[in-house]
Design a protein around this ligand. Sequence first.
Ligand SMILES: [Zn+2]
Length: 197
Amino acid sequence: MLIKLLNFLFPAICINCSTEDEFLCDNCLAQIKTTYPKPFIPCSFHKNPILRKAIHKFKYSFYKDLAKPLSKLLKPPRSAIIIPIPLHNKRLSFRGFNQSEELAKNLPNKSLNLLVRVKKTSSQAKLSKSERQKNIKNSFELNSKIELPPKSSTLILLDDVCTTFSTMNEAALTLKKNGYNIVHAMALAFSELKNHR
Ligand SMILES: [Zn+2]
């Protein structure tokens, strides 16, 4: 009842063409070019203005419901376990949700919060590649509060956008140190690092 009322008061409107449907309608979703710059990364961030707009709203304007249409771009193998890149608690409480976790919820795969963020890092956005690596170092630990999956599992780390892979590599390193050897990286888009220094 409450959801019906909310949908009536705030109908889902496509962020690109304003059609009353989903926050990103099927028409606009179909215009996003999937070129697979990396195996599990379907899109180029800079070559897809609709995707760029959607990710921006998803991340910075808190359009949580964009996770559902955006997740349709991701095609992980069904048997893989999805590991969302965790946010630090402070950032999580500011944003209200972890965008990677929301994407994972909309996939048919099992997903697990296998990693926790133990270090509050400054935003990677304005840093160079080497600064990013330094910034993110030792940021993750294995989550001690959950039942661990078998070490032979195929794990796919999930983030919204990948730029230098510093975060992905650091997260993968933490998993590998703990005996998980089959680790892949998945994201909606690959973004070129613009401010090379
Ligand atoms: Zn649309």
